[in-house]
Design a binder for this molecule. Structure first.
Ligand code: BGP
Length: 475
């Protein structure tokens, strides 16, 4: 192992971490907040949706960021963060999602968060909708299948841009918008079970979100031309399982299903392969002329999460489903996997950065990447900590590949690790699936003091930031 002599990361590169309101805030019923879909998903995407919030739902209390935000942000500042990604809980601002007037106490909370970030010179990166649609919009309207959600979302974003537009430059419209095809309730607030949903309804929901996203971009630019709006997608490069051309075409098709979302966001129109899919599967979408006009409001940058790549094959016998960031795929025999079965592929990040840059020529932003792993709190020199060498190795190896992509000419604005502080998992709703540089004393059974402890990776990441990537180690 030798240290890289120089860094490829440009001056002004944004370094930080990313979170979502429903996974950290807690205070699920405080200061007028309404219920969100997460408040009735105690087991994440793997369990039943409950009628009411139940005590086994760890998200109701989260890691209590709602009350501890100032101390947590101070820890991020100690690591040298120049950016912090968080989401606004829609149900704090519009408890039912369809009111005419917003909830002032909810707005005031994010004023306080922004004050704190400003005090530390940390740039906010705000996700408008991160898997936490107001529950009423699911139960009464049927979620994003219903066109009325565009109007509810419009009211919400107008309030956000008016209130925070002068102090938040970077905005993301929908977290992992392409996940609606895979997890319709969590992503699209669609209560109909996946197997009972018609494909046409699913793509109609996709269309409504794409229109809402473009509308948000339009409103943002009208409110304040300084605002930069990005789409946010799951990036998962799809490799052919073999060089058999049948597998190559199968991989291309699977890749298209992901790329379509950013194609629309960056080009303002549906690509030919999507129109073909709609045609051949008999999907007739309700797309108005006004929708087409709105879609031309394209994004300023493309942001994405990256955890893993996947493989595709045309051979049904080999199509055993793998596990992975909401989307699965066929496991790659060349790659190791995390404790949760997510395959680890640092080079895939370089591949996807190049693919996205070549394809769209828009600035990119990596807004999620990290290793979910079990951690053990130990004492080193009398101080409680976690020796998380596997997490350090994971992040180091991915960041080396990010450096390679920058050297390839990719225009990258920044990098935020997922969950810089331990938080509740989106897919499994566990706390034991930890991503943080900061350990939070809370367990899957809800026990724990909520105390925070710096892990070994805390000092490691601080050094990466301090040296702007020069401390990274190539193997
Ligand atoms: C993404 C989500 C995040 C986050 C992350 C890790 O899909 O945008 O909300 O949680 O994945 O996933 P998990 O929490 O399931 O480990």
């Amino acid at each position: 192992m030798t240290s890289t002599p120089q860094t490829y990361f440009p001056d002004g590169f944004l370094w930080g971490g990313a979170t979502a309101a429903n996974q950290i805030e807690g205070a699920y019923a405080e200061d007028g907040k309404g219920l969100s879909i997460q408040d009735v998903m105690p087991k994440g995407i793997f369990g039943a949706i409950t009628d009411e919030p139940t005590a086994d739902n760890l998200k109701l209390e989260g890691i209590d960021f709602y009350h501890r935000y100032a101390a947590d942000i101070a820890l991020f500042a100690e690591m040298g963060f120049s950016v912090f990604r968080f989401s606004i809980a829609w149900s704090r601002i519009f408890p039912l999602g369809d009111e005419a007037e917003p909830n002032e106490a909810g707005l005031a909370f994010y004023d306080r968060v922004l004050d704190e970030l400003e005090r530390h010179g940390i740039e906010p990166l705000v996700t408008i909708s991160h898997y936490e649609t107001p529950l009423n919009l699911a139960r009464t309207y049927g979620g994003w299948v219903n066109r009325d959600l565009i109007g509810c979302y419009e009211r919400y974003v107008r309030v956000l841009f008016e209130r925070y537009g002068h102090r938040v430059k970077y905005w993301l419209t929908f977290n992992e918008i392409n996940s609606v095809l895979h997890v319709p309730f969590m992503s699209g607030a669609i209560p109909t079970p996946r197997e009972e949903l018609r494909e046409a309804d699913l793509y109609q929901a996709v269309h409504h979100e794409l229109v809402a996203s473009a509308l948000a971009t339009k409103i943002a630019h009208e409110t304040n031309p300084r605002i930069q709006v990005g789409c946010m997608v799951i990036a998962m490069p799809v490799y052919p399982l073999s060089p058999n051309p049948d597998d190559v075409v199968a991989a291309m098709d699977a890749d298209h299903a992901n790329l379509m979302f950013s194609d629309v966001h960056t080009r303002g129109t549906y690509p030919g392969y999507a129109l073909r899919l709609f045609r051949e599967r008999g999907i007739e979408l309700d797309i108005t002329d006004a929708d087409r006009e709105l879609l031309t409001n394209t994004v300023d940058f493309v942001s994405f999460s990256y955890y893993m790549s996947s493989c595709e094959t045309a051979d049904p016998a080999k199509k055993a489903a793998g596990e992975g960031n909401l989307m699965g795929g066929v496991p790659n025999p060349h790659l190791p996997a995390s404790q949760w079965g997510w395959q680890i592929d640092p080079q895939g990040l370089r591949v996807v950065l190049n693919q996205f840059w070549d394809r769209w020529q828009k600035p990119l932003f990596i807004v999620e990447n990290g290793l979910g792993a079990r951690d053990e709190l130990v004492e080193v020199d009398g101080i409680p900590t976690v020796v998380d060498d596997a997490r350090i190795a994971y992040l180091n190896d991915h960041l080396v590949q990010v450096g390679e992509a920058i050297a390839d000419g990719v225009n990258l604005l920044g990098y935020t690790t997922w969950g810089p502080i331990d938080l509740v998992s989106a897919s499994t709703a566990q706390l034991s699936k930890r991503y943080g540089f900061i350990y939070v004393d809370r367990n899957d059974d809800g026990s724990g003091t909520l105390a925070r402890y710096r892990k070994k990776s805390f000092a490691w990441f601080a050094e990466v930031i301090r040296t702007n990537g020069a401390s990274l180690v190539r193997s």
